[in-house]
Design a protein around this ligand. Structure first.
Ligand SMILES: [Zn+2]
Length: 280
């Protein structure tokens, strides 16, 4: 005997048609369903819990610099498949598909700009492009904007978002760690500041090179920052990791970064740092 009648599915299917896919995003932190317009208006930060979703390099540039001040450098630089990588997918194919998906040539956007009239060099990594992986083009563009900033006697800011080195380029990817670090050492020798901004996630060779060399190191809330991931460390160290391990909050508590800054506060914070370190 049926006690409850099965509900009609008519209403459910109608509702489904009224909610096209891709309009709503579920916050991985608090589970809130957020409409994409609300998310864009709030700089891709969840209002109830403050979770910072990934931000494209272009959106980041627009959010940080004085309107119309950004002059992009090396915009047409593209990677080549120097190792003729053979894998699940050919490197060239992957590059083309990510270029189409993101509208970027590679995983970093660089240029000169101003914040409240103060000139500086800027590099912003894009996690949507092959996981923000560091390859020859990424290293070359970052090195060039550092060198141009040293030449122009201006500060440089790098916003990191990366899973680490790009396996398709092997040792050519790894040598970018030394190359970017060398350029930063020369920038520091000229007594010019470098501000590093770590976003979710900043891992591998990027953490192990330029990202942690900042005179001031800032991070977005709850960003995962580390070298190897927690699973790998757990397996190697054979021990449980402390709660919050590899989060920005954990690193701040242990003195590895200087401040955690909400995305909306990053621009005024950088202006303040420039004031203290450069402009008097
Ligand atoms: Zn949330």
């Amino acid at each position: 005997m049926t006690i409850f009648k099965r509900p009609s599915l008519k209403f459910a299917s109608k509702r489904k048609r009224e909610m096209p896919e891709g309009l709503w995003t579920k916050c991985p932190e608090c589970g809130e369903m957020i409409h994409h317009l609300a998310l864009e208006q709030n700089l891709r930060v969840c209002s109830p819990c403050g979770y910072h979703f990934s931000f494209s390099a272009r959106d980041r540039v627009a959010n940080l610099v004085d309107e119309g001040s950004f002059v992009e450098t090396q915009a047409s630089l593209e990677s080549i498949d120097v190792l003729k990588f053979k894998g699940v997918a050919a490197y060239e194919e992957r590059l083309r598909s990510y270029q189409k998906k993101t509208g970027e040539k590679d995983a970093v956007v660089t240029g000169n700009a101003t914040i409240e009239g103060r000139p500086f060099g800027l590099a912003v990594m894009d996690f949507q492009f092959l996981g923000g992986s560091m390859a020859s083009v990424v290293g070359e563009k970052i090195t060039s904007i550092i060198e141009a900033s040293t030449q122009a006697e201006q500060p440089v800011v790098i916003v990191a978002a990366s899973g680490g080195a790009r396996m398709y380029e092997g040792v050519f990817s790894l040598m970018q760690m030394a190359k970017t670090s060398g350029a930063l050492a020369r920038h520091a020798a000229a007594k010019l500041p470098f501000v590093s901004v770590l976003t979710n996630p900043t891992m591998g060779g990027v953490t192990a090179s330029f990202a942690t060399l900042g005179d001031v190191i800032l991070a977005e809330p709850k960003s995962m920052i580390g070298f190897a991931g927690p699973r790998v460390i757990r397996e190697i160290a054979h021990q449980e990791l402390p709660p919050g391990f590899q989060t920005a909050e954990f690193l701040l508590e242990h003195g590895l970064i200087d401040a955690i800054v909400h995305r909306a506060q990053l621009r005024p914070r950088l202006a303040m740092i420039f004031d203290h370190l450069v402009f008097h």
